[in-house]
Design a protein around this ligand. Structure first.
Ligand SMILES: *[C@@H]1O[C@H](CO)[C@@H](O)[C@H](O)[C@H]1NC(C)=O
Length: 448
């Protein structure tokens, strides 16, 4: 950095720090205001949306006109390996035009819209992942013990196999800029992703740039508020035996046959009305209690044992509102000894026993893991994705796909098992989009 003292023309040299921000394209952040509420009312925070770093151009830090990753793939001299690549390369900004017309991500007022398929000069783009950025250009950290999050969602065009998701991950607030001193691009460029599946596919991870899968996985605690399409919806914990952004290797990543031996609860504890045998609760016409052909509001409450911010997280409760009417979350309906209508540890233990599902939830910290993560602060993520391996059968169809839907736990939704194939949706449902709007966070009962 001392070069600045001597050399006026050396500004570009100053950015020869790995994963710094390139200056070819100024970064735009679509505004998405957040209401922050308590008993006396709500105030507006000027939060915004930032696209994940993995979608970005990777340029030579020394000469932003040279691509580290271009039409011919990775530049062998700039990127002989992940560490050197990170030192030599920088991530570029995404313009407002590109947010909209390359990635299909736009905001208007308090609404975020993500399109399924976008064709541009750059090719075909499917979905996106983005995060909520605070007013200080770091991620907006959420501390939700004894708090609730409310948002409105429009799933009306999300066909079988699609997934519109809103969730929290325990990413670093600064996107890793201080954890990895060479990685200065930070949250303003969507850096530092992690989740409860400990992904290896991330282009930017562990301070490196990966051309393919990395030997390192990136784990962190995750709390899914909504994974849904117009035929099914679920909310799910993914606790981990980790604090913050955690780089895993080997068994700890829980890959393949180590699925239950890793640091994170990849299965999680979920509350899916359909999977809990309320098959007429949510679906795409007016014969369902909650009709996804129209928008609806979801409230997710993180309740502590003593009703204070410092108590233990003991319950994650879902409430639904449509057309101004509150619709109670249904009671799990497989003949349990108790009436469970929210995520609690007794509920998780009971359904996993009933379904014969291995109880990794208890082994990976259960609700205490989620509570501790919210004490440290979690980042809000949005995504629209598809599933080329299992066509989202785990969400909206049968899982296992050859299972008997009368066996507890198999039925997830009414979609035929082969209905969610990406290649079919690209042709039959290209205009699908999801909107997430009117985000409010606050004390219990203050946001709806
Ligand atoms: C609503 O959708 C379900 C599931 O596809 C179907 O069985 C039912 O006939 C539909 N009802 C109406 C009123 O369209």
């Amino acid at each position: 950095m001392w070069l600045k003292l001597f050399c006026f023309g050396c500004l570009l040299v100053l950015s020869v720090n790995g994963q710094s921000a390139a200056s070819l394209t100024p970064e735009y952040h679509p505004p998405l205001p957040l209401q922050s509420c308590d008993a006396s009312g709500c105030t507006t925070e000027n939060t915004a949306v930032v696209m994940d770093a993995g979608a970005r151009r990777v340029l030579s830090a020394a000469d932003n006109s040279v691509y580290c990753f271009g039409v011919d793939g990775w530049d062998a001299s700039l990127c002989p390996d992940g560490v050197t690549c990170a030192q030599n390369c920088a991530v570029d900004g995404i313009s407002q035009d590109e947010y909209a017309n390359r990635y299909g991500v736009t905001t208007s007022g308090n609404t975020l819209r993500m399109n399924y398929l976008t064709v541009s000069e750059f090719g075909m783009n499917i979905g996106a992942r983005a995060y909520l950025l605070g007013e200080d250009n770091n991620y907006r950290l959420f501390h939700l013990k004894n708090r609730e999050l409310t948002l409105t969602v429009d799933l009306s065009t999300l066909a079988c196999g699609m997934n519109g998701a809103v969730y929290f991950s325990e990413m670093d607030g600064d996107g890793g800029a201080s954890r990895y001193p060479d990685s200065s691009a930070g949250a303003g460029y969507g850096m530092g992703y992690c989740d409860g599946q400990c992904p290896h596919y991330l282009r930017f991870s562990n301070g490196q740039i990966n051309s393919g899968d990395s030997e390192f996985g990136i784990c962190c605690i995750e709390m899914d508020i909504l994974e849904a399409n117009r035929w099914s919806a679920t909310y799910t914990t993914h606790g981990c035996l980790t604090e913050g952004y955690h780089v895993c290797q080997g068994t700890d990543c829980g890959d393949g046959s180590d699925y239950y031996n890793g640091l994170c609860d990849k299965t999680g504890c979920e509350f899916s009305p359909a999977r809990q045998n309320n098959r007429l609760f949510l679906g795409f016409n007016s014969s369902f209690t909650l009709d996804t052909s129209q928008p609806f509001t979801i409230i997710t409450q993180f309740l502590t044992d003593d009703g204070t911010d410092t108590g233990n997280l003991v319950e994650i409760r879902r409430r639904w509102i449509q057309n101004g009417v509150e619709i109670p979350n249904p009671v799990a309906n497989w003949g349990y000894d108790e009436d469970y209508d929210s995520i609690t540890e007794p509920y998780c233990d009971a359904y996993k026993a009933k379904f014969g599902e291995y109880n990794d939830f208890e082994e990976q910290g259960a609700l205490a893991s989620i509570g501790a993560s919210f004490e440290r602060g979690m980042v809000l993520a949005f995504s629209f994705w598809e599933d080329s391996s299992t066509y989202m059968q785990w969400l909206d169809s049968l899982s296992p796909p050859d299972g008997d839907p009368s066996v507890p736990g198999v039925y997830r939704g009414p979609c035929p098992i082969d209905a969610g194939k990406p290649e079919d949706n690209h042709i039959n449902n290209p205009d699908a989009f999801v909107t997430f709007s009117d985000f409010k966070v606050g004390t219990i009962g203050s946001t709806f």
